[in-house]
Design a protein. Structure first.
Length: 551
Protein backbone atom coordinates (compact mmCIF):
# COMPACT_ATOMS: atom_id res chain seq x y z
CA UNK A 1 0.00 0.00 0.00
CA UNK A 2 1.31 3.45 -0.89
CA UNK A 3 2.12 5.45 2.21
CA UNK A 4 0.38 8.70 3.13
CA UNK A 5 2.80 11.18 4.63
CA UNK A 6 2.13 14.12 6.88
CA UNK A 7 4.79 16.64 7.88
CA UNK A 8 7.03 13.91 9.29
CA UNK A 9 6.70 10.19 9.97
CA UNK A 10 9.10 10.22 12.92
CA UNK A 11 11.87 7.83 13.88
CA UNK A 12 11.12 4.85 16.12
CA UNK A 13 14.85 4.19 16.60
CA UNK A 14 14.99 7.11 19.04
CA UNK A 15 12.84 5.12 21.44
CA UNK A 16 15.40 2.28 21.48
CA UNK A 17 18.26 4.72 22.04
CA UNK A 18 16.40 6.43 24.87
CA UNK A 19 15.54 3.05 26.40
CA UNK A 20 19.17 1.94 26.28
CA UNK A 21 20.30 5.17 27.92
CA UNK A 22 17.67 4.86 30.68
CA UNK A 23 18.69 1.24 31.35
CA UNK A 24 22.35 2.18 31.52
CA UNK A 25 23.24 -0.16 28.64
CA UNK A 26 25.24 2.56 26.89
CA UNK A 27 26.48 5.97 28.03
CA UNK A 28 26.96 7.21 24.47
CA UNK A 29 25.66 6.73 20.91
CA UNK A 30 27.92 5.34 18.19
CA UNK A 31 26.52 4.44 14.76
CA UNK A 32 28.05 3.57 11.42
CA UNK A 33 27.21 3.60 7.73
CA UNK A 34 28.66 0.42 6.15
CA UNK A 35 28.22 0.43 2.34
CA UNK A 36 29.69 -2.26 0.11
CA UNK A 37 31.87 -0.51 -2.53
CA UNK A 38 30.35 -2.35 -5.48
CA UNK A 39 28.11 0.36 -6.95
CA UNK A 40 26.93 3.92 -6.60
CA UNK A 41 24.76 4.99 -3.69
CA UNK A 42 21.09 5.73 -4.43
CA UNK A 43 18.34 7.57 -2.61
CA UNK A 44 17.54 4.42 -0.65
CA UNK A 45 21.01 4.65 0.85
CA UNK A 46 20.29 8.29 1.72
CA UNK A 47 17.44 7.03 3.87
CA UNK A 48 20.05 5.03 5.80
CA UNK A 49 22.72 7.74 5.82
CA UNK A 50 20.40 10.36 7.29
CA UNK A 51 19.38 8.45 10.46
CA UNK A 52 22.85 6.97 11.04
CA UNK A 53 24.61 10.32 10.87
CA UNK A 54 21.63 12.35 12.06
CA UNK A 55 21.03 10.36 15.24
CA UNK A 56 24.71 10.52 16.10
CA UNK A 57 24.59 14.29 15.72
CA UNK A 58 21.37 14.63 17.73
CA UNK A 59 22.74 12.59 20.62
CA UNK A 60 26.23 14.10 20.55
CA UNK A 61 27.72 10.78 19.46
CA UNK A 62 29.80 9.50 16.57
CA UNK A 63 29.15 7.88 13.20
CA UNK A 64 31.77 5.89 11.30
CA UNK A 65 32.00 5.42 7.55
CA UNK A 66 33.11 1.83 7.03
CA UNK A 67 33.37 0.07 3.70
CA UNK A 68 32.32 -3.57 3.73
CA UNK A 69 35.01 -4.67 1.28
CA UNK A 70 34.84 -8.44 1.75
CA UNK A 71 33.95 -9.34 -1.85
CA UNK A 72 36.82 -8.19 -4.09
CA UNK A 73 35.22 -9.61 -7.23
CA UNK A 74 32.71 -6.74 -7.44
CA UNK A 75 34.45 -3.93 -5.54
CA UNK A 76 36.74 -1.08 -6.58
CA UNK A 77 38.17 2.33 -5.75
CA UNK A 78 35.78 4.05 -8.19
CA UNK A 79 32.89 3.13 -5.93
CA UNK A 80 34.79 4.02 -2.76
CA UNK A 81 35.44 7.53 -4.06
CA UNK A 82 31.87 8.01 -5.27
CA UNK A 83 30.46 6.95 -1.87
CA UNK A 84 32.77 9.35 -0.02
CA UNK A 85 31.62 12.18 -2.31
CA UNK A 86 27.95 11.31 -1.83
CA UNK A 87 28.15 11.30 1.96
CA UNK A 88 29.95 14.65 1.92
CA UNK A 89 27.43 16.05 -0.57
CA UNK A 90 24.57 15.13 1.73
CA UNK A 91 26.24 17.31 4.34
CA UNK A 92 27.60 14.70 6.74
CA UNK A 93 31.07 14.14 8.17
CA UNK A 94 32.17 10.78 9.55
CA UNK A 95 34.05 10.36 12.81
CA UNK A 96 37.79 9.78 12.54
CA UNK A 97 39.35 8.13 9.49
CA UNK A 98 37.46 6.11 6.92
CA UNK A 99 37.33 2.49 8.02
CA UNK A 100 37.31 -0.72 6.01
CA UNK A 101 36.33 -4.26 6.89
CA UNK A 102 39.70 -5.19 5.38
CA UNK A 103 41.33 -3.28 8.25
CA UNK A 104 40.16 -6.15 10.45
CA UNK A 105 41.03 -9.14 8.25
CA UNK A 106 43.73 -10.39 10.65
CA UNK A 107 41.47 -9.93 13.68
CA UNK A 108 38.60 -11.67 11.89
CA UNK A 109 40.87 -14.58 11.06
CA UNK A 110 41.93 -14.89 14.69
CA UNK A 111 38.27 -14.92 15.76
CA UNK A 112 37.58 -17.70 13.25
CA UNK A 113 40.38 -19.81 14.74
CA UNK A 114 38.86 -19.25 18.18
CA UNK A 115 35.48 -20.53 16.98
CA UNK A 116 37.15 -23.63 15.54
CA UNK A 117 39.03 -24.27 18.78
CA UNK A 118 35.78 -23.96 20.73
CA UNK A 119 34.12 -26.51 18.45
CA UNK A 120 31.75 -23.86 17.05
CA UNK A 121 33.09 -23.85 13.49
CA UNK A 122 34.39 -26.49 11.06
CA UNK A 123 35.98 -26.72 7.64
CA UNK A 124 33.52 -28.17 5.15
CA UNK A 125 34.41 -29.92 1.89
CA UNK A 126 30.97 -29.48 0.31
CA UNK A 127 30.78 -27.23 -2.74
CA UNK A 128 28.64 -24.09 -2.61
CA UNK A 129 25.94 -25.91 -4.59
CA UNK A 130 26.02 -28.86 -2.20
CA UNK A 131 25.82 -26.54 0.80
CA UNK A 132 22.67 -25.01 -0.65
CA UNK A 133 21.20 -28.45 -1.31
CA UNK A 134 21.86 -29.48 2.30
CA UNK A 135 20.37 -26.30 3.68
CA UNK A 136 16.74 -27.37 3.43
CA UNK A 137 13.73 -25.14 2.97
CA UNK A 138 11.37 -23.04 5.08
CA UNK A 139 9.34 -26.19 5.78
CA UNK A 140 12.05 -28.90 5.68
CA UNK A 141 15.07 -28.96 8.03
CA UNK A 142 18.56 -29.00 6.64
CA UNK A 143 20.93 -31.99 6.58
CA UNK A 144 24.25 -32.13 8.35
CA UNK A 145 27.36 -32.02 6.21
CA UNK A 146 29.40 -35.25 6.25
CA UNK A 147 32.27 -33.11 7.62
CA UNK A 148 30.26 -31.40 10.37
CA UNK A 149 31.84 -33.54 13.08
CA UNK A 150 35.36 -33.03 11.80
CA UNK A 151 37.63 -32.51 14.82
CA UNK A 152 38.82 -29.09 15.87
CA UNK A 153 42.48 -29.92 15.27
CA UNK A 154 41.84 -31.13 11.72
CA UNK A 155 39.60 -28.14 10.92
CA UNK A 156 42.20 -25.74 12.31
CA UNK A 157 44.92 -27.33 10.18
CA UNK A 158 42.76 -27.19 7.05
CA UNK A 159 41.73 -23.59 7.74
CA UNK A 160 45.36 -22.53 8.03
CA UNK A 161 46.12 -24.35 4.77
CA UNK A 162 43.16 -22.56 3.19
CA UNK A 163 44.80 -19.28 4.15
CA UNK A 164 48.14 -20.48 2.78
CA UNK A 165 46.51 -21.03 -0.63
CA UNK A 166 46.79 -24.82 -0.84
CA UNK A 167 43.25 -25.37 -2.16
CA UNK A 168 41.43 -24.09 -5.25
CA UNK A 169 38.45 -21.77 -5.18
CA UNK A 170 35.33 -23.44 -3.84
CA UNK A 171 37.15 -26.56 -2.63
CA UNK A 172 36.51 -25.86 1.04
CA UNK A 173 34.78 -23.34 3.28
CA UNK A 174 34.56 -22.54 6.96
CA UNK A 175 31.08 -22.87 8.47
CA UNK A 176 29.64 -22.09 11.87
CA UNK A 177 28.29 -25.09 13.77
CA UNK A 178 24.85 -23.97 14.99
CA UNK A 179 21.66 -25.88 14.13
CA UNK A 180 20.74 -27.42 10.77
CA UNK A 181 17.14 -27.82 11.99
CA UNK A 182 16.70 -24.17 12.97
CA UNK A 183 13.52 -22.54 11.60
CA UNK A 184 15.77 -19.58 10.71
CA UNK A 185 17.71 -20.56 7.58
CA UNK A 186 20.47 -18.09 8.45
CA UNK A 187 21.31 -20.23 11.51
CA UNK A 188 21.76 -23.47 9.57
CA UNK A 189 25.55 -23.61 9.76
CA UNK A 190 26.18 -20.44 7.76
CA UNK A 191 29.41 -20.03 5.79
CA UNK A 192 31.96 -17.81 7.53
CA UNK A 193 34.87 -17.95 5.03
CA UNK A 194 35.29 -18.96 1.40
CA UNK A 195 38.31 -19.34 -0.86
CA UNK A 196 38.52 -16.68 -3.54
CA UNK A 197 41.74 -15.98 -5.42
CA UNK A 198 41.05 -12.40 -6.44
CA UNK A 199 43.16 -9.31 -5.96
CA UNK A 200 41.70 -6.97 -3.35
CA UNK A 201 41.63 -3.21 -3.99
CA UNK A 202 43.42 -2.59 -0.66
CA UNK A 203 45.18 -5.80 0.40
CA UNK A 204 46.26 -6.93 -3.07
CA UNK A 205 47.25 -10.63 -3.15
CA UNK A 206 47.72 -10.93 0.61
CA UNK A 207 44.54 -12.95 1.18
CA UNK A 208 42.99 -15.86 -0.72
CA UNK A 209 40.22 -16.43 1.81
CA UNK A 210 37.60 -13.78 2.54
CA UNK A 211 35.04 -13.56 5.36
CA UNK A 212 31.32 -13.41 4.70
CA UNK A 213 29.29 -10.28 5.45
CA UNK A 214 27.21 -11.67 8.33
CA UNK A 215 30.36 -12.80 10.12
CA UNK A 216 32.35 -9.65 9.38
CA UNK A 217 29.70 -7.08 10.16
CA UNK A 218 29.02 -7.85 13.81
CA UNK A 219 32.71 -8.20 14.69
CA UNK A 220 33.56 -4.93 12.88
CA UNK A 221 30.80 -3.19 14.84
CA UNK A 222 32.12 -4.61 18.09
CA UNK A 223 35.74 -3.66 17.34
CA UNK A 224 34.65 -0.07 16.65
CA UNK A 225 32.49 0.15 19.75
CA UNK A 226 29.28 0.69 17.80
CA UNK A 227 26.26 0.91 20.10
CA UNK A 228 23.40 0.84 17.61
CA UNK A 229 23.87 -1.09 14.38
CA UNK A 230 21.09 0.34 12.24
CA UNK A 231 20.27 -1.61 9.08
CA UNK A 232 17.40 -2.33 6.73
CA UNK A 233 14.60 -4.77 7.39
CA UNK A 234 15.95 -7.64 5.27
CA UNK A 235 18.61 -8.15 7.96
CA UNK A 236 16.04 -8.80 10.69
CA UNK A 237 16.34 -12.56 10.19
CA UNK A 238 20.14 -12.19 10.34
CA UNK A 239 20.06 -10.61 13.81
CA UNK A 240 20.20 -13.98 15.67
CA UNK A 241 23.42 -14.78 13.79
CA UNK A 242 24.79 -11.30 14.54
CA UNK A 243 24.24 -11.93 18.25
CA UNK A 244 25.40 -15.58 18.09
CA UNK A 245 28.82 -14.71 16.67
CA UNK A 246 29.56 -12.16 19.40
CA UNK A 247 28.26 -14.51 22.11
CA UNK A 248 30.32 -17.40 20.77
CA UNK A 249 33.44 -15.21 20.82
CA UNK A 250 32.73 -14.17 24.42
CA UNK A 251 32.80 -10.56 23.31
CA UNK A 252 32.67 -8.30 26.37
CA UNK A 253 29.56 -6.25 27.06
CA UNK A 254 28.11 -3.92 26.11
CA UNK A 255 27.77 -5.40 22.65
CA UNK A 256 26.24 -3.59 19.67
CA UNK A 257 22.46 -3.70 19.32
CA UNK A 258 21.12 -4.31 15.82
CA UNK A 259 17.96 -2.37 14.92
CA UNK A 260 16.17 -2.80 11.59
CA UNK A 261 14.06 -0.30 9.68
CA UNK A 262 12.12 -0.46 6.43
CA UNK A 263 14.09 0.19 3.27
CA UNK A 264 12.91 2.76 0.76
CA UNK A 265 10.59 1.60 -2.01
CA UNK A 266 10.06 4.61 -4.26
CA UNK A 267 7.52 4.41 -7.07
CA UNK A 268 8.74 4.58 -10.69
CA UNK A 269 12.27 3.55 -9.66
CA UNK A 270 14.30 0.44 -8.91
CA UNK A 271 16.71 0.25 -5.98
CA UNK A 272 18.34 -3.08 -6.74
CA UNK A 273 22.07 -2.66 -7.43
CA UNK A 274 21.84 -5.52 -9.90
CA UNK A 275 19.06 -3.85 -11.88
CA UNK A 276 20.77 -0.47 -11.77
CA UNK A 277 23.96 -2.10 -13.03
CA UNK A 278 21.98 -3.69 -15.85
CA UNK A 279 20.53 -0.31 -16.84
CA UNK A 280 24.04 1.12 -17.03
CA UNK A 281 25.74 -1.83 -18.74
CA UNK A 282 22.97 -2.28 -21.33
CA UNK A 283 23.12 1.49 -22.08
CA UNK A 284 19.50 2.16 -21.27
CA UNK A 285 20.97 5.20 -19.50
CA UNK A 286 24.11 7.24 -20.11
CA UNK A 287 25.94 6.15 -16.95
CA UNK A 288 25.66 6.05 -13.17
CA UNK A 289 25.02 9.80 -13.10
CA UNK A 290 22.24 9.78 -15.72
CA UNK A 291 19.62 12.16 -14.25
CA UNK A 292 16.90 9.55 -14.66
CA UNK A 293 18.48 7.17 -12.16
CA UNK A 294 17.87 7.27 -8.39
CA UNK A 295 21.63 7.30 -7.64
CA UNK A 296 22.81 10.26 -5.60
CA UNK A 297 25.27 11.14 -8.36
CA UNK A 298 22.35 11.26 -10.81
CA UNK A 299 20.11 13.27 -8.50
CA UNK A 300 22.95 15.73 -7.92
CA UNK A 301 23.47 16.15 -11.67
CA UNK A 302 19.73 16.48 -12.19
CA UNK A 303 19.77 19.43 -9.83
CA UNK A 304 18.43 18.19 -6.51
CA UNK A 305 20.06 19.84 -3.52
CA UNK A 306 21.25 17.85 -0.51
CA UNK A 307 18.74 19.83 1.53
CA UNK A 308 15.91 18.51 -0.68
CA UNK A 309 17.07 14.91 -0.25
CA UNK A 310 17.36 15.31 3.51
CA UNK A 311 13.92 16.96 3.62
CA UNK A 312 12.44 14.04 1.71
CA UNK A 313 14.08 11.51 4.04
CA UNK A 314 12.83 13.43 7.08
CA UNK A 315 9.27 13.55 5.76
CA UNK A 316 9.02 9.86 4.94
CA UNK A 317 10.49 9.06 8.35
CA UNK A 318 11.97 5.82 9.63
CA UNK A 319 9.36 3.07 9.84
CA UNK A 320 9.38 -0.57 10.85
CA UNK A 321 7.12 -1.83 8.07
CA UNK A 322 7.80 -1.83 4.34
CA UNK A 323 5.68 0.43 2.16
CA UNK A 324 5.80 2.16 -1.20
CA UNK A 325 6.42 5.92 -1.24
CA UNK A 326 4.74 7.94 -3.97
CA UNK A 327 7.17 9.73 -6.28
CA UNK A 328 5.07 12.82 -5.63
CA UNK A 329 6.70 13.18 -2.20
CA UNK A 330 10.17 13.43 -3.67
CA UNK A 331 9.05 16.02 -6.23
CA UNK A 332 7.25 17.98 -3.53
CA UNK A 333 10.34 18.09 -1.33
CA UNK A 334 12.36 19.35 -4.29
CA UNK A 335 9.84 22.08 -5.11
CA UNK A 336 9.53 23.14 -1.47
CA UNK A 337 13.31 23.42 -1.25
CA UNK A 338 13.84 25.29 -4.54
CA UNK A 339 10.83 27.61 -4.38
CA UNK A 340 12.53 30.31 -2.25
CA UNK A 341 15.95 29.78 -3.86
CA UNK A 342 15.43 29.66 -7.62
CA UNK A 343 15.13 32.94 -9.58
CA UNK A 344 12.24 33.12 -12.05
CA UNK A 345 13.26 33.57 -15.67
CA UNK A 346 11.77 32.81 -19.08
CA UNK A 347 12.73 30.29 -21.71
CA UNK A 348 10.95 28.98 -24.79
CA UNK A 349 11.61 25.29 -25.38
CA UNK A 350 9.95 24.86 -28.79
CA UNK A 351 10.02 28.31 -30.40
CA UNK A 352 7.22 29.61 -32.60
CA UNK A 353 8.00 32.97 -34.21
CA UNK A 354 5.58 35.87 -33.75
CA UNK A 355 5.88 38.99 -35.94
CA UNK A 356 4.34 42.02 -34.22
CA UNK A 357 3.35 43.98 -37.29
CA UNK A 358 2.46 47.29 -35.61
CA UNK A 359 5.80 47.50 -33.82
CA UNK A 360 8.50 49.46 -35.73
CA UNK A 361 11.33 47.36 -37.13
CA UNK A 362 14.67 47.97 -35.44
CA UNK A 363 13.17 49.39 -32.27
CA UNK A 364 13.00 47.75 -28.84
CA UNK A 365 11.66 48.42 -25.37
CA UNK A 366 12.83 47.18 -21.99
CA UNK A 367 10.62 45.92 -19.19
CA UNK A 368 11.88 45.32 -15.67
CA UNK A 369 11.01 41.87 -14.37
CA UNK A 370 11.67 40.64 -10.81
CA UNK A 371 13.57 37.42 -10.22
CA UNK A 372 11.39 36.64 -7.20
CA UNK A 373 7.93 38.06 -7.97
CA UNK A 374 6.26 36.31 -5.02
CA UNK A 375 8.69 37.68 -2.43
CA UNK A 376 8.07 41.37 -1.76
CA UNK A 377 11.25 41.57 0.30
CA UNK A 378 13.50 40.70 -2.64
CA UNK A 379 14.09 43.41 -5.23
CA UNK A 380 16.48 41.68 -7.66
CA UNK A 381 15.36 42.14 -11.25
CA UNK A 382 16.52 41.95 -14.83
CA UNK A 383 15.63 43.67 -18.10
CA UNK A 384 13.38 42.01 -20.69
CA UNK A 385 13.65 43.30 -24.24
CA UNK A 386 10.59 43.50 -26.47
CA UNK A 387 11.08 43.80 -30.25
CA UNK A 388 9.19 43.26 -33.50
CA UNK A 389 9.90 39.52 -33.63
CA UNK A 390 9.52 37.34 -30.55
CA UNK A 391 9.28 33.63 -29.80
CA UNK A 392 6.47 32.01 -27.86
CA UNK A 393 6.03 28.36 -26.90
CA UNK A 394 4.65 26.39 -29.86
CA UNK A 395 2.13 24.66 -27.62
CA UNK A 396 0.71 28.04 -26.56
CA UNK A 397 -0.92 28.36 -30.00
CA UNK A 398 -3.53 26.27 -31.80
CA UNK A 399 -4.95 27.17 -35.21
CA UNK A 400 -8.34 25.72 -34.28
CA UNK A 401 -8.42 25.80 -30.48
CA UNK A 402 -10.98 23.74 -28.57
CA UNK A 403 -13.25 25.33 -26.00
CA UNK A 404 -11.01 24.81 -22.98
CA UNK A 405 -7.81 25.95 -24.64
CA UNK A 406 -7.22 29.39 -23.09
CA UNK A 407 -4.10 30.50 -24.91
CA UNK A 408 -3.44 31.99 -28.35
CA UNK A 409 -5.35 31.26 -31.52
CA UNK A 410 -6.63 33.18 -34.55
CA UNK A 411 -8.66 36.16 -33.35
CA UNK A 412 -7.49 35.66 -29.76
CA UNK A 413 -5.47 37.80 -27.38
CA UNK A 414 -2.89 36.89 -24.74
CA UNK A 415 -0.81 38.83 -22.23
CA UNK A 416 2.96 38.50 -22.56
CA UNK A 417 4.44 37.98 -19.11
CA UNK A 418 5.76 41.37 -17.82
CA UNK A 419 5.01 42.94 -21.22
CA UNK A 420 2.36 43.89 -23.76
CA UNK A 421 -0.82 42.24 -24.98
CA UNK A 422 -0.75 40.67 -28.45
CA UNK A 423 -3.66 39.80 -30.73
CA UNK A 424 -3.28 37.13 -33.45
CA UNK A 425 -4.89 37.89 -36.80
CA UNK A 426 -3.01 35.61 -39.23
CA UNK A 427 -0.65 32.66 -39.47
CA UNK A 428 1.91 31.27 -41.93
CA UNK A 429 2.25 27.60 -42.80
CA UNK A 430 5.09 25.71 -44.46
CA UNK A 431 4.79 23.31 -47.40
CA UNK A 432 3.70 20.49 -45.07
CA UNK A 433 0.96 22.64 -43.58
CA UNK A 434 2.66 23.24 -40.21
CA UNK A 435 2.27 26.62 -38.56
CA UNK A 436 5.70 28.29 -38.60
CA UNK A 437 4.87 31.94 -37.93
CA UNK A 438 2.15 34.09 -36.42
CA UNK A 439 1.15 37.61 -37.42
CA UNK A 440 0.00 39.71 -34.48
CA UNK A 441 -0.46 43.25 -33.25
CA UNK A 442 0.33 44.58 -29.80
CA UNK A 443 -1.43 46.89 -27.38
CA UNK A 444 -0.59 48.23 -23.94
CA UNK A 445 -4.04 47.43 -22.62
CA UNK A 446 -6.32 44.46 -23.34
CA UNK A 447 -8.64 44.97 -26.29
CA UNK A 448 -10.85 41.94 -25.76
CA UNK A 449 -10.64 38.52 -27.28
CA UNK A 450 -9.03 36.69 -24.38
CA UNK A 451 -10.07 33.05 -23.99
CA UNK A 452 -9.64 32.89 -20.23
CA UNK A 453 -12.41 33.05 -17.63
CA UNK A 454 -14.51 36.14 -18.12
CA UNK A 455 -12.83 36.85 -21.44
CA UNK A 456 -9.53 37.69 -19.74
CA UNK A 457 -6.38 36.99 -21.76
CA UNK A 458 -4.12 34.19 -20.58
CA UNK A 459 -0.56 35.01 -19.58
CA UNK A 460 2.19 33.27 -21.57
CA UNK A 461 5.99 33.46 -21.54
CA UNK A 462 8.13 34.70 -24.42
CA UNK A 463 11.64 35.80 -25.45
CA UNK A 464 12.82 38.30 -28.11
CA UNK A 465 13.79 36.46 -31.31
CA UNK A 466 16.83 38.55 -32.19
CA UNK A 467 18.45 38.71 -28.77
CA UNK A 468 17.45 35.37 -27.28
CA UNK A 469 20.23 33.04 -26.15
CA UNK A 470 20.36 29.52 -27.65
CA UNK A 471 20.23 26.57 -25.29
CA UNK A 472 19.68 22.84 -25.22
CA UNK A 473 17.08 21.65 -22.75
CA UNK A 474 16.64 18.09 -21.53
CA UNK A 475 13.25 17.22 -20.11
CA UNK A 476 13.87 14.30 -17.77
CA UNK A 477 10.93 12.28 -16.54
CA UNK A 478 10.41 9.07 -14.59
CA UNK A 479 12.52 6.24 -15.98
CA UNK A 480 9.74 3.67 -15.66
CA UNK A 481 6.15 4.03 -16.82
CA UNK A 482 4.79 1.63 -14.20
CA UNK A 483 4.60 2.74 -10.54
CA UNK A 484 6.13 -0.42 -9.13
CA UNK A 485 8.48 -1.84 -11.75
CA UNK A 486 9.69 -5.40 -11.47
CA UNK A 487 12.69 -4.77 -13.71
CA UNK A 488 11.24 -5.94 -17.05
CA UNK A 489 13.16 -3.32 -19.03
CA UNK A 490 11.60 -4.15 -22.39
CA UNK A 491 8.06 -3.49 -21.11
CA UNK A 492 8.42 -1.09 -18.19
CA UNK A 493 10.89 1.56 -19.35
CA UNK A 494 9.34 4.91 -20.16
CA UNK A 495 10.23 5.81 -23.79
CA UNK A 496 9.70 9.50 -22.96
CA UNK A 497 11.96 9.56 -19.90
CA UNK A 498 14.24 11.94 -21.83
CA UNK A 499 12.95 14.47 -24.34
CA UNK A 500 15.46 16.84 -25.97
CA UNK A 501 14.66 20.43 -26.92
CA UNK A 502 17.70 21.42 -29.02
CA UNK A 503 16.32 24.73 -30.28
CA UNK A 504 15.36 26.28 -26.95
CA UNK A 505 15.82 30.04 -26.47
CA UNK A 506 16.52 31.97 -23.25
CA UNK A 507 15.84 35.59 -22.36
CA UNK A 508 18.84 37.87 -23.08
CA UNK A 509 19.85 38.38 -19.44
CA UNK A 510 20.90 34.72 -19.13
CA UNK A 511 24.48 35.01 -20.39
CA UNK A 512 27.65 33.34 -19.17
CA UNK A 513 25.80 30.98 -16.86
CA UNK A 514 27.99 28.81 -14.62
CA UNK A 515 27.52 25.04 -14.32
CA UNK A 516 25.07 24.02 -11.61
CA UNK A 517 22.99 27.22 -11.84
CA UNK A 518 19.39 26.62 -10.81
CA UNK A 519 16.33 28.60 -11.81
CA UNK A 520 12.64 28.29 -12.50
CA UNK A 521 11.58 28.65 -16.11
CA UNK A 522 8.20 30.26 -15.57
CA UNK A 523 5.31 27.91 -16.36
CA UNK A 524 7.73 25.09 -17.20
CA UNK A 525 9.51 23.88 -14.08
CA UNK A 526 12.79 24.05 -12.19
CA UNK A 527 15.99 23.65 -14.20
CA UNK A 528 19.76 23.50 -13.76
CA UNK A 529 22.71 24.01 -16.07
CA UNK A 530 24.30 20.60 -16.58
CA UNK A 531 27.74 20.32 -14.98
CA UNK A 532 28.95 17.55 -17.29
CA UNK A 533 27.84 19.12 -20.61
CA UNK A 534 28.59 22.71 -19.65
CA UNK A 535 28.77 25.27 -22.45
CA UNK A 536 28.66 28.98 -21.64
CA UNK A 537 27.65 29.92 -25.19
CA UNK A 538 24.90 27.32 -25.51
CA UNK A 539 24.17 25.93 -22.06
CA UNK A 540 22.52 22.57 -21.48
CA UNK A 541 19.67 22.68 -18.98
CA UNK A 542 18.24 19.66 -17.15
CA UNK A 543 14.71 19.80 -15.86
CA UNK A 544 14.90 19.11 -12.15
CA UNK A 545 11.18 18.80 -11.53
CA UNK A 546 7.94 20.05 -13.15
CA UNK A 547 5.89 22.76 -11.45
CA UNK A 548 2.70 20.75 -11.15
CA UNK A 549 2.01 17.87 -8.81
CA UNK A 550 1.67 14.48 -10.50
CA UNK A 551 0.04 11.85 -8.33
Amino acid sequence: MTSKIEASSGNFIRAFIDEDAADGRYNRVATRFPPEPNGYLHIGHAKSICPNFGLALDYGGSCNLRFDDTNPVKEGTEYVESIENDVRWLGFAWSGPIRYASDYFERLYECAEKLIQKGLAYVDDLSAEEVRAHRGTLTDPGRNSPWRDRGAAESLDLFRRMRAGEFPDGARSLRAKIDMASPNLNMRDPTLYRIRRTSHHRTGEQWVIYPMYDYTHCISDAIEGITHSICTLEFEDHRPLYDWVLEALDWPAPRPRQIEFARLNLEYTVMSKRKLMQLVKDRHVEGWDDPRLPTLAALRRRGLTPEAVRLFCDRIGVAKRDSWIEYYWLEKAVRDDLNPLAPRVMAVLRPLKVVVENWPAGQSREFSAPFFPDDAGRTESRALVFEREIFIEAEDFMPDPPKKFYRLGPGREVHLRWGFYIHCHDLVRDAEGRVVELRCTYSEEPRGGGAGPGGQPAVIHWVPAGRARPARVRLYDRLFKTPRPKGDLDRELNPDSLVECPEARLEPALTGLPPGWRCQFERLGYFITDEKLHDRERPVFNRIVPLKDRR
